[in-house]
Design a protein around this ligand. Sequence first.
Ligand code: ZN
Length: 80
Amino acid sequence: MYDLSYSWPYEQMMQDVYFQECPFCGASSILLPFKKEAFEEAKDGVKTHIVMPCCHERLDIVKIDDDYIWSDSPLRKMER
Ligand SMILES: [Zn+2]
């Protein structure tokens, strides 16, 4: 079972994958440094990682679905 706190929404335009907001530093409109193969493989459940270009935080990715990138550690604090 995955918890939504382990996910982060992304946007895809053509070949480019973006975060509206970096989960680590809050920078906006971050182009993610994916290799196309790695992105497609992650959709098939192949683990990968990227290093955020804004703050150089490592994001470990366990899978990608149509809307979210899922990590093995929480990306968002519980909001109440
Ligand atoms: Zn960042």
